[in-house]
Design a protein around this ligand. Structure first.
Ligand SMILES: Nc1ncnc2c1ncn2[C@@H]1O[C@H](COP(=O)(O)OP(=O)(O)OP(=O)(O)O)[C@@H](O)[C@H]1O
Length: 260
């Protein structure tokens, strides 16, 4: 792949301590290259969400630096920060749709960062962006739902709207935080396949936090294991032995095995 080995996300000595003293991340050093599909695994509370929230700066880190496509998101301010964030799409466990708005309007939200606020307030999206939104919905098989209200859709369909919204945003990176946690196994696969499509067809770099080891194995090219805020494993999925998962989920401590 032409883009292989071009860093897209670089975490350098990243740490996060919450105001109450809880350590979220401890000296994280990671480089994720353009076009990678990375899965992050670890017990509940290991720091997976903290890592994703730090990468797009939904929260500030306590130490270290994070570069996005060569630019420091941890140092960026104002317009520069907004421009870096435009290149990062988010998929959440809870979908984060505007429930009372139409599916089309939810997908158009993906373009909001490209417009001045007053235009989006008055729904002045261009014809071209509306067309793109429709095409994004076609990609995820929801073109017939374009005028439905978001809350009329099933959970799996709502997550596919969120994926269409990311497609409309056209970011370089997608951060997916437990994208399938509230969905049944078949729907979960469908969502993971949509993320795979964004990765393969559009070259978007994907990082997905996953509870399910099965899904991690099936979809991840690279696996990062996190425990107590630290990277305890990082390797190609194809070369990762079963014992890695057992270790990460047992944590060397039998009682944690029951946690998941
Ligand atoms: N806002 C916060 N204030 C204080 N501590 C926090 C906060 N957010 C997270 N933590 C703590 O930081 C640690 C890492 O949490 P994080 O949510 O990143 O874990 P996780 O691996 O994503 O877990 P889960 O799979 O349950 O979402 C945990 O000990 C958690 O309790």
């Amino acid at each position: 792949m032409a883009n292989a080995n071009t860093p897209m996300i670089e975490c350098k000595n990243v740490s996060k301590v919450y105001p109450d003293g809880t350590v979220g991340l401890k000296d994280i050093n990671l480089t994720i290259n353009k076009g990678e599909f990375v899965v992050v695994v670890g017990l509940s509370g290991a720091g997976k969400s903290t890592l994703l929230r730090s990468i797009n700066r939904l929260q500030d880190v306590s130490g270290g630096e994070i570069l996005i496509d060569g630019k420091s998101i941890t140092a960026a301010k104002g317009k520069e920060l907004r421009l870096i964030r435009r290149d990062i799409g988010m998929i959440f466990q809870s979908f984060n749709l505007v429930k009372r708005s139409s599916v089309l309007r939810n997908v158009l939200v993906g373009r909001v960062a490209y417009y001045p606020t007053w235009k989006t307030t008055f729904n002045l999206f261009s014809k071209e962006d509306k067309q793109k939104a429709y095409e994004a919905l076609q990609q995820v098989g929801l073109a017939e739902k374009v005028y439905n209200r978001a809350d009329e859709l099933s959970g799996g369909q709502q997550q596919r709207v969120a994926i269409a919204r990311v497609l409309e945003q056209n970011p370089k990176i997608i951060l997916a935080d437990e994208p399938t946690a509230s969905l049944d196994p078949e729907t979960s696969k469908r969502i993971m396949n949509d993320l795979k499509m964004l990765n393969e067809k559009y070259g978007m770099t994907v990082i997905a936090n996953l509870h399910s080891v099965e899904l991690a194995k099936e979809f991840g090219q690279r696996v990062i294991g996190i425990r107590a805020g630290q990277v305890v494993y990082d390797g190609k999925m194809s070369e990762t032995p079963e014992s890695v998962f057992t270790n990460i989920y047992n944590g060397g401590n039998g009682k944690e095995a029951a946690d998941d």
